[in-house]
Unconditional design. Structure first.
Length: 188
């Protein structure tokens, strides 16, 4: 079964629907490969003690005490609690902004949504900023570059780096064992 590539119009419609779903959320969020930031506005007269912010390894609850939480649910993936924080800052319009910073446990994973059940984004369309890529440590950067290379190869219908490695190993094995007949061999 072959996947039919969406037309530019279908792609644009999908993006527009995704953007509308994200815009309808009571919070805004952005992410890098290593962390996720979430913000929402509250009345300007509120203090930190008026808020209910509970950050757990795999769960987040955030909102105003005594009201329905603005966000509540199981996180898409685990976070490092010790490296995750929240702040309350005054905004120019007289409101205040709650900023929640979540440090991802797995630094190799894009999140489709903050909490399970929220509208998802298409993580395959995320293009990491090159400037951010250079800030990653060597091992992480290598993994991200490999993932990006494999994604481009897949989009062009070409073998991934792992597939190429297997082919190279097979060729070397065949060269080292010319006495073996591989004509009827099936490889998957």
């Amino acid at each position: 079964m072959t996947d039919k590539e969406p037309t530019p119009a279908e792609e644009a419609a999908t993006r527009a629907k995704e953007q509308a779903e994200q815009d309808a959320l009571p919070y805004k969020w952005t992410q890098t490969i290593g962390d996720l930031d979430l913000t929402f506005s509250v009345p300007g007269n509120l203090k930190g003690r008026d808020l209910n912010i509970d950050i757990k390894k795999q769960k987040l609850v955030a909102g105003i005490k005594g009201q329905e939480p603005i966000i509540s649910g199981d996180l898409a993936h685990s976070i490092r609690i010790d490296e995750s924080t929240w702040t309350l800052t005054a905004a120019p319009d007289g409101t205040k902004t709650v900023e929640i910073h979540l440090d991802k446990m797995n630094k190799m994973e894009w999140w489709p949504h903050v909490v399970v059940g929220a509208p998802k984004i298409d993580v395959t369309k995320i293009v990491p900023e090159n400037s951010k890529l250079s800030e990653l440590d060597g091992e992480t950067r290598g993994m991200v570059e490999k993932m990006m290379y494999d994604q481009r190869q897949k989009e062009m219908g070409l073998p991934s780096s792992d597939d190429q490695k297997k082919e190279d190993m097979l060729k070397r094995f065949q060269e080292q064992h010319p006495e073996m007949d591989f004509s009827n061999a099936k490889f998957s």
